[in-house]
Design a protein around this ligand. Structure first.
Ligand code: UDP
Length: 312
C-alpha cells in the first residue's frame, strides 16, 4: 500500500513507519521536526520504500505531498504530545490537530484514501469514569493549560467524523494511552524519560505532587501492533490502545529503582495544573475487535528503553 504518514520523525511515527516499511508498504513521511528528530529516521534512510518531506501539515499541503495521486492511507500522527513540549508551543499544537487534521482529511477525500487519526487518552481529561471506556465523554477543562492538547485532539476527532459523515471518508481513530520506548526524545520531559534519565545519571527522581496519581504504561511495539491490526478491520469508531497495568508514580519510581542501580532519591515537586489523577484504559473493545492486548510488561519495556537511552 501507499501510505502518507505525518509525524514520521516523532517517537510513535518513526516506530510505525519502520513497521509499515518492514511489512512491504511504501511510506511518505512528513514532519516539521518541531518535536520529531532526524535521528529517528536514520534507520529508514536509503530504503526505496521510504521517502521524506519536511513540511508543516497545519499549512496547506506542499505539492510534493499532493502530487502523489493515489494514497491508500493518510495517517495523521503529527503533534507535540509531551506536556512540557505542548505547553511550550500552544498554538502550533492546536493548529496541527485542527487545520492539520483537516488538510489530511481533505487529501484522503480527494484521493479516495482511508484516514487514520492518532488521538489520545487525554480526550477523557481528568476522568470520572475508571477505567476509561470509549463511550465515556470525558472531563475536560476547556480553558485549562492542557486544553491546547486535549481540546485540539477532541476537535481532531470531531473533524474526522465530520468528514466521515459528510464526505463518507473511511476513518480509523485510536486513543493512545501513555506510551514509551525507543525513539522517545530523552529530553521530552515525560515521566518515563525523566525518571530513567535521572536514575541513570544518579540525580534525584522528580515526582510531581505526592506521586499517588496513576498512569498505565504501554510499550511502543504493542501500540504499533494494535495500529496495524486496526488498519485491517472495518471499524470507524474510536479504539483505546493502551496497557491496562496501572501504576502510581511512586510505584513507577520503584520499578525504575529495581532496574537501575542508582543512589537516586526522590525529589517532590509541585503537581502541574489539571494533571489527571488516574488514567487506565479499558481495552475490551480492542481485545474483541483486534484480538489484541499488550504483551510487553513494564520491566521488559523499561529495559529496552534504558538500553536505547544509554546509546542515544
Ligand atoms: N511526572 C512526574 N515527574 C516527572 C514527569 C512527570 O511525577 O518528572 C508525572 C506527571 O505529573 C503525571 C505523570 O507523571 O502525573 C505522567 O506525566 P507525563 O508527562 O509522562 O504524561 P501525561 O500522562 O501527564 O500526559
Amino acid at each position: 500500500m501507499k501510505i502518507l504518514l505525518t509525524g514520521a520523525a516523532g517517537f510513535i511515527g518513526s516506530n510505525l513507519a519502520k513497521r509499515l516499511v518492514d511489512d512491504g508498504h511504501f511510506v511518505l513521511g512528513v514532519d516539521n521536526f518541531c518535536t520529531g528528530r532526524k535521528a529517528n529516521l536514520t534507520v529508514l534512510a536509503g530504503n526505496p520504500n521510504f521517502e521524506f518531506v519536511e513540511a508543516d501539515v497545519s499549512l496547506p499541503l506542499a505539492d510534493s505531498i499532493q502530487k502523489k495521486q493515489k494514497w491508500d492511507w493518510v495517517m495523521h500522527f503529527a503533534s507535540p504530545a509531551s506536556p512540557p513540549k505542548y505547553f511550550s508551543m500552544p498554538v502550533q499544537t492546536m493548529l496541527v490537530n485542527s487545520e492539520g487534521t483537516r488538510h489530511c482529511l481533505e487529501l484522503a477525500k480527494t484521493t479516495g484514501a482511508k484516514f487514520f487519526y492518532s488521538s489520545t487518552s487525554e480526550v477523557y481529561g481528568d476522568p470520572l469514569v475508571h477505567p476509561q471506556v470509549e463511550g465515556y465523554w470525558g472531563n475536560v477543562n476547556p480553558i485549562g493549560v492542557r486544553s491546547i492538547y486535549d481540546e485540539a485532539k477532541r476537535y481532531g476527532e470531531a473533524m474526522t467524523y465530520a468528514y466521515h459523515r459528510e464526505h463518507k471518508v473511511d476513518v480509523r481513530v485510536i486513543r493512545i494511552f501513555n506510551t514509551y520506548g525507543p525513539n522517545m526524545d530523552p529530553f521530552d520531559g515525560r515521566v518515563v524519560t525523566n525518571l530513567l534519565g535521572q536514575a541513570l545519571a544518579g540525580k534525584p527522581m522528580t515526582v510531581y505532587g505526592d506521586g499517588s496519581q496513576t498512569r498505565s504504561f504501554q510499550f511502543v511495539d504493542d501500540l504499533v501492533e494494535g495500529i496495524v491490526r486496526l488498519m485491517r478491520v472495518d471499524y470507524v469508531w474510536p479504539v483505546n490502545l493502551g496497557n491496562p497495568d496501572e501504576f502510581t508514580i511512586l510505584q513507577f519510581v520503584e520499578a525504575v529503582k529495581k532496574l537501575v542501580t542508582t543512589q537516586s532519591g526522590v525529589e517532590f515537586r509541585e503537581l502541574p495544573q489539571d494533571d489527571p489523577k488516574h488514567r487506565c484504559p479499558d481495552i475490551s473493545l480492542a481485545r474483541k475487535l483486534l484480538q489484541w492486548e499488550p504483551k510487553i510488561k513494564l520491566e521488559e519495556g523499561l529495559k529496552k528503553t534504558m538500553a536505547y537511552l544509554l546509546k542515544s
